[in-house]
Ligand binder design. Structure first.
Ligand code: B4P
Length: 191
């Protein structure tokens, strides 16, 4: 099993690049953002709770997203590997993921970390907000709150994987195809 984490601040291209990477490498895409948005559109109790948190630009509680990922792993026993997108986002989530993967004897091969300037992140997210219908993309105050959450709680996740020498920094600016090629070069070294 070949497992990767695609990491980076909100708007860094995780969702965009994930689509291309799963097609090329045959991995199962696990995006906690997509899983949460699906709960919201089905108006489940979890979705209702998550929406109010996401609309403020904050992170949903660890136990909620860890539970979602654990169920998704169990639901895909035959996957060749997983591409984790937007997860883990806190140190507690990273530790929980390691434990879940230990049980499957399938560790993380690498964390690919997209680097993008803050001005570019805000520009991209406001542009997506014009068409996506995502309430967390339309308000610059909320976008800045998401970036602050990233610096306060999520950036440390890279330090966690650095201890195991698994972090690969990738320039996340340029065309979508240029960034995709950079990611593939790094993945092919490790596959
Ligand atoms: P996510 O759904 O993970 O989304 P994201 O961080 O907003 O963006 P992503 O990085 O995937 O977007 P992309 O750049 O592809 O999170 C949303 C919310 O869910 C969080 O704020 C949080 O509340 C909650 N949540 C999710 N996971 C959680 C967890 N594990 N724990 C707790 N809470 C969690 O796209 C951005 C835009 O940029 C797109 O319009 C795209 O077209 C554009 N773009 C991409 N690449 C580009 C390029 N090279 N050039 C120009 N534009 C580009």
């Amino acid at each position: 099993m070949f497992n990767l984490i695609l990491f980076g601040p909100p708007g860094s291209g995780k969702g965009t690049q994930s689509e291309k990477l799963i097609a090329k490498y045959g991995l199962k895409h696990l995006s906690t953002g997509d899983l949460l948005r699906s709960e919201i559109s089905c108006q489940t109790p979890l979705g209702k709770e998550a929406k109010s948190i996401m609309d403020k630009g904050q992170l949903v509680p660890d136990e909620v997203v860890i539970g979602m990922i654990s169920s998704a792993l169990d639901a895909n026993p035959d996957a060749r590997g997983f591409l984790f997108d937007g997860f883990p986002r806190t140190a507690a989530q990273a530790e929980a993921l390691d434990k879940l993967l230990e049980l499957k004897e399938a560790p993380i091969a690498a964390m690919l970390a997209l680097e993008v300037s803050e001005d570019e992140l805000i520009k991209r997210l406001l542009k997506r907000g014009e068409t996506s219908g995502r309430s967390d993309d339309t308000n610059e105050v909320v976008i800045r709150a998401r970036i602050t959450e990233y610096h306060n709680k999520t950036a440390v996740v890279a330090d966690y994987y650095k201890k195991f020498d698994k972090v690969v920094m990738v320039k996340g600016e340029g065309t979508i195809d240029e960034i995709f090629n950079r990611l593939c070069t790094e993945i092919d070294k490790r596959a």
